[in-house]
Design a protein around this ligand. Structure first.
Ligand code: UT7
Length: 318
């Protein structure tokens, strides 16, 4: 049994903040942010907007696009780094808000790679028949983990959510074809939150060695994409759209250049959304589906890299 995406959705907070607005209170400039990252604006969650409420809004859109209702769902996975509560899982909150049945619902923590991890886990669960219709969501309020005194990180992140409905299907021409997941815990000091439940009893704030992360990101992402394309017996020229993690335009450009792929085949939303961690890939996917770039039958390559380090890629026929 394969797994096909039957609907996508996304959600953004109401408040959009431009680089120029940030530059009014932080020692930075629109020019620096655009040149080094490609980011022009980000959405910042306000009162009442949380990871779970954004996830639920994205999920409702995805269900509607798939022609499904909450009653059809038998698995919910939320990829996130910034939960509403330390427990229970954000997925159970989404389940309650949607009024979904008492199906399995759990979170995946792989930071920016979380959605690719969640998709791969759901694909395996659908393949063995433990679910037939899954909601896979990436949702974050990363701006609540930011140190607004640290200009090297606070200009980079934004909030949002993206979701897909993934359904079991035996059409061999469609669906998830191959995926690869990796992690290297020795690199944790490069990108982490400096707090947590069992250490400081606080959430901590994001700390990042930007240049090091950048270097690893390009190397790891180019390699994992090459591997997953080879696993599927394809060539990079068979990829219609790369849907990358949206951390930095320069990382995306350098990665696809290594694969010999033209920039026209890359979905780029980092300018609008900034880095929304686990939400960035499904947000970009939904954006390109809704604006008509991604069409049924297209071969997609999803990839992401984040704290841990974690990284991975997933190939699918949409
Ligand atoms: O999603 C998880 C994965 N995360 C990423 O992929 C992020 C990876 N890293 C990056 O995207 C880039 O490394 C950054 C965007 C974080 C930084 O870009 P960079 O080209 O590596 O800049 P840099 O860290 O080498 O800093 C260059 C200069 C420094 O000044 P000096 O030491 O050369 O005088 C910084 O202090 O830019 C300065 N700088 C800033 N200036 C204005 C750093 N942040 C800012 C800022 N505004 N916000």
């Amino acid at each position: 049994m394969g797994a096909i995406i039957t609907g996508t959705g996304s959600a953004l907070p109401a408040r959009c903040v431009t680089n120029a607005e940030l530059a009014e209170r932080i020692d930075t400039s629109d020019e620096w942010i655009v040149e080094r990252t490609g980011i022009r604006q980000r959405y910042i969650a306000g009162q009442g907007e949380t990871t779970a409420t954004l996830a639920t809004e994205a999920a409702r859109q995805a269900l509607s696009a798939a022609g499904r209702s909450a009653a059809d769902i038998d698995l919910i996975i939320v990829a996130k780094t910034s939960p509403d509560n330390s427990f229970p899982a954000s997925a159970t909150k989404v389940q309650a808000l949607l009024g979904a049945p008492t199906c399995a619902a759990f979170d995946v923590q792989a930071v920016c790679s979380g959605f690719v991890y969640a998709l791969s886990i759901a694909d395996a669960m659908l393949a063995v028949g433990s679910a037939r219709c899954a909601l896979i969501i990436g949702a974050e309020t990363m701006t609540r983990l930011l140190d607004w005194e640290d200009r090297t990180t606070c200009v980079l992140f934004g909030d949002g959510a993206g979701a897909v409905v993934l359904e079991a299907n035996d059409d061999p021409a469609r669906g998830i074809i191959a995926s690869r997941l990796h992690a290297d815990g020795t690199q944790a000091p490069m990108l982490y939150a400096d707090g947590g439940v069992s250490t400081t009893q606080t959430t901590g704030m994001i700390r990042m060695a930007g240049r090091e992360v950048f270097r690893h990101a390009v190397t790891n992402l180019a390699q994992v994409l090459t591997d997953v394309i080879a696993d599927a017996g394809l060539n990079s020229s068979d990829i219609d759209w790369v849907v990358p993690h949206q951390a930095n335009k320069r990382i995306i450009d350098a990665t696809v250049k290594k694969l010999g792929l033209p920039a026209e085949r890359v979905v780029m939303t980092v300018d609008r959304h900034a880095n929304t961690s686990a939400a960035s890939v499904p947000l970009a996917l939904d954006t390109a589906v809704r604006d008509g770039r991604i069409q049924r039958g297209d071969m997609l390559a999803l990839e992401a890299m984040g704290g841990g380090f974690t990284w991975g890629a997933c190939l699918l026929r949409y």
